[in-house]
Design a protein around this ligand. Structure first.
Ligand code: ADP
Length: 392
């Protein structure tokens, strides 16, 4: 178990800055996911912690020890990679104990460690199996056991489940969480899969273009994304976004407006360009508007494609058409994705009324993408808004 600190870590490859001034302070025993799209610098960050890549500048501490220039073997880490490299001619026991044999561990201690690691990954009783006789999940468990026997201070895992089929991946997520509980070891886990990050981590570090965007518990990233990038990356399906302008007590987007108290939010003024975001589950059919904490005025929309998922229905809505702006260019308006209860009897090409939950409407600075507000409150004009909507 160890704390891991990265201070101003940068890794430059010619003209590519793979990691850009990264600062991370990971607690003892924490399960951290580094998450972000392909090429955002997750693996390079992990490699600098592992000692497989030397940072161009910056400092790395594992525990109290500065390790920036130490070789991997002296860092107290163990790695598990996406490609499970088991020795095909060795059985499970030999594969797990390989590193210990290299270091001349006494036989009885080796037996004890292999036994314990095999128990943790539920491979006891299979120690004489050959890799060819095992499933993908079992092979990955052997690779994890091989890391466990080294008794590392920190586990580094780079997309270890990426090659497994979807069902197995979900099972292995649970196994890794169980493993983390049992071992109580710091785990740094790289994935591009936000669902994996959401379900397993104590905190998620979201990266984009080599830079840390936010490090926070999963639900904080979901409910209070630091910026437009995190808001769009965390959550599936993604948040809806639209360009908007702050009016006099209104948020105006694509010809429709929502009343809100602009004075309640610092740094927002009349005429400011913002982007607003709302998650699919924060849009309601008017008939269910009581479920929204702070329903906005109603909007008339037409349903487009429906995607029944079993526990919810994703409803694609055609762009909002407000009579006040019928002349506006239709193409410029964005549609919305709404998630509703599976019991709703809704059809495609149906005219429906929707409301947005203002308390879950996010505002982002149009220029920087930084979050301005998570939730807005109704302004004095809310009733008038509702009436004008009905009059439409
Ligand atoms: P991720 O793991 O998020 O997919 P990487 O850390 O692998 O991203 O890569 C970050 C960036 O650094 C990418 O643009 C990648 O092309 C570049 N990069 C990574 N390794 C090297 C290397 N050895 N030489 C040159 N560029 C590299």
């Amino acid at each position: 178990m160890a704390r891991v600190q990265l201070t101003d870590v940068t890794k430059q490859y010619d003209d590519v800055t793979a990691v850009d001034n990264m600062n991370l302070d990971l607690k003892d025993g924490e399960f951290i996911c580094l998450v972000g799209p392909s090429g955002c610098g997750k693996s390079t960050t992990l490699e600098t912690i592992a000692g497989l890549t030397k940072p161009t500048s910056g400092e790395i501490l594992i525990g109290d020890k500065e390790v920036t220039n130490l070789p991997p073997k002296d860092r107290g880490i163990a790695m598990v990679f996406q490609n499970i490299a088991l020795f095909p001619h060795m059985d499970v026991y030999d594969n797990i104990s390989f590193g210990l044999r290299l270091r001349d561990f006494p036989q009885d201690e080796m037996d004890e460690r292999v036994d314990e690691a095999a128990r943790v990954v539920r491979m006891k009783g299979m120690l004489d199996r050959m890799p060819s006789e095992m499933s993908g999940g079992q092979r990955q468990r052997v690779a994890i056991a091989r890391a466990i026997v080294r008794d590392p201070d920190v586990f580094l895992m780079d997309e270890p489940l990426a090659n497994l089929d979807a069902k197995l991946r979900v099972n292995m997520r649970t196994e890794l969480q169980r493993l983390h509980k049992q071992l109580d070891t710091t785990i740094i886990y790289v994935t591009h899969n936000q669902a994996e990050a959401m379900t397993m981590s104590d905190r998620i570090a979201v990266l984009d273009k080599g830079q840390l965007q936010q490090i926070a518990p999963p639900l904080t990233c979901y409910n209070e994304p630091a910026n437009r990038f995190v808001a769009g990356f965390i959550g599936s399906p993604s948040m809806n976004f639209a360009d908007a302008t702050v009016g006099d007590g209104t948020l105006d987007a694509n010809g429709y407006s929502i009343s809100f108290d602009t004075s309640a939010i610092d740094g927002v003024g009349n005429g400011d360009a913002v982007e607003f975001g709302i998650r699919p589950e924060d849009i309601y059919l008017e008939s269910n508007s009581a479920e929204a904490k702070d329903p906005s005025r109603t909007f008339s929309v037409t349903t487009d494609v429906l995607e029944p998922m079993g526990d919810e229905i994703f409803v694609y809505l055609k762009p909002i058409l407000d009579t006040s702006s019928e002349q506006a260019d239709f193409e410029e308006r964005q549609g919305l994705l709404m998630s509703i209860d599976p019991s709703s009897d809704i059809a495609e090409e149906e005219d429906v009324e929707i409301v947005l939950d203002r308390s879950h409407l996010h505002l982002f600075d149009d220029a920087t993408g930084d979050a301005i507000s998570h939730g807005i409150v109704a302004g004095a004009g809310v009733e008038a808004d509702g009436e004008s909507a009905q009059a439409d």
